[in-house]
Design a protein around this ligand. Structure first.
Ligand code: COS
Length: 385
């Protein structure tokens, strides 16, 4: 178990209370309707939680990475759809934290202090796993860039106030021409396209973003022209553990639901055979191991050491655990499982294995890191034996 500070424990407790009061009572309703829960934003104002990643000097809560993960686990426990809203807003802020000037940070983070949300627009119809293949363009004219293109499967897109959008300023340069821009809602030519209807995380909002001759001030360029891919990759390193945190929350909830059901089913009686008991033990092992993997990655990030591989590992492992534990929970509980809220946890788990880089892409990132650190050749190998 990670050793948490008193402050971290207090923040975790506050998150549990918020989830119990606001998220859990509303989760089933928004899962069913697929509507965006505006009440979530309103209820978040007193705690300023949408500014949890915003540094103190810009008015935010300045939570370290581990503390952000603690909060997101609780939100995932309550409803991974609503948790996704918070995670995706932080994702967009991460790009600004990485590459923004102080003035850009001040402007971008301001709405978050009022529980408004941000959105991150990288994916395109022909550029998902291959993030470098995007065809959105940004052409400089005077002191503006003119953006054109389509972004898809964009979380929070329909309700965000500010966006980080990736577009190519030099298509001939390919990946080295990708640039990142802050784009504000309401600019002429910037419209919201179709809303996606999803299998899971239905309380979150996922849309297409359409950019048609959108004039963006040149001062909204993040970093330099051509730095977009690096900004995107660094952002995803920061953001993937958020998905791991939501996943741990889902897995813990599925397990707790099973345990509560077993208690209700066999009140005051010995628990039935070892098949059930061993399954519950396996679920507990997976949940605890997943949480540890996540916390280790966050401790590396907080210590300022490289953590790309660990970010990819925790995203992959925790999302696979969420899927496995929630599916096992449904199977163990039989018809009750198939007709209860356990189905939501299983549906919500599936996207955890897909978004912010599929688990196949994570395996690519992990294997590249492993291969880049090949062990020194043994004496026998050096001798050619
Ligand atoms: N940190 C900093 N820079 C990084 C980086 C990281 N973690 N990963 C890659 N880069 C840099 C590389 O060093 C390279 O720059 P140089 O050529 O100057 O060295 C550049 O970014 C391109 O990297 P690479 O050559 O590895 O890119 P690839 O096209 O081979 O693709 C993958 C890399 C597949 C890992 C990338 O496309 C990816 O992550 N895809 C998934 C996208 C995703 O997660 N989408 C979710 C959408 S948001 S919900």
């Amino acid at each position: 178990m990670s050793i948490l500070s008193q402050e971290q424990k207090a923040i975790q407790q506050a998150a549990k209370e918020f989830v119990a009061k606001v998220i859990i009572p509303n989760a089933a309703k928004f899962d069913k309707s697929g509507e965006f829960p505006m009440l979530l934003l309103e209820a978040s104002k007193p705690s300023n939680i949408f500014a949890m990643a915003v540094p103190k000097e810009f008015g935010g809560l300045n939570y370290d990475a581990l503390t952000q993960a603690l909060v997101l686990e609780e939100w995932g426990y309550g409803c991974a759809g609503m948790g996704t809203t918070l995670a995706a807003s932080v994702l967009s802020m991460d790009s600004v934290l990485i590459a923004g000037t102080d003035e850009q940070k001040r402007r971008y983070f301001k709405p978050m202090l009022n529980a408004e949300i941000g959105s991150f627009g990288l994916t395109e119809p022909g550029a998902g796993s291959d993030a470098a293949a995007g065809t959105a363009t940004a052409v400089k004219k005077g002191d503006e860039y003119i953006l054109n293109g389509t972004k898809c499967w964009i979380t929070n897109g329909g309700f965000a106030t500010v966006y980080v959008i990736f577009a190519n300023t030099d298509p001939a340069a390919g990946v080295k021409g990708i640039s990142a821009f802050i784009v504000e809602r309401g600019l002429p030519g910037f419209t919201i396209g179709t809303t996606d209807h999803k299998l899971g995380i239905r309380a979150s909002n996922t849309v297409e973003l359409l950019l048609k001759d959108v004039h963006v001030p040149a001062t909204n360029l993040l970093g330099k022209e051509g730095e977009g891919m690096k900004i995107a990759m660094k952002t995803l390193d920061m953001a993937r553990p958020a998905i791991a945190a939501l996943s741990v929350g889902i897995a813990q909830r599925a397990l707790d639901t099973c345990v509560a059901h077993v208690h209700a089913r066999f009140p005051g009686k010995p628990f039935p055979g070892q098949t059930l008991q061993f399954k519950l033990a396996d679920m507990q092992i997976l949940v605890e191991a997943a949480r540890e993997t996540l916390h280790q990655a966050m401790q590396l990030r907080d210590a300022g050491v490289p953590y790309s591989k660990e970010s990819a590992i925790c995203k992959t492992f925790c999302s696979d655990v969420a899927m496995q534990v929630s599916a096992t929970a449904v199977s163990l509980m039989g018809s009750y499982g198939y007709t209860s809220e356990l189905g939501k946890y299983m549906r919500d788990s599936k996207i955890m294995q897909i978004y912010e880089g599929t688990n196949q892409i994570q395996r690519l990132v992990i294997s590249r890191a492993v291969l880049a650190h090949a062990p020194a050749a043994s004496a026998a190998q050096k001798a050619g034996k």
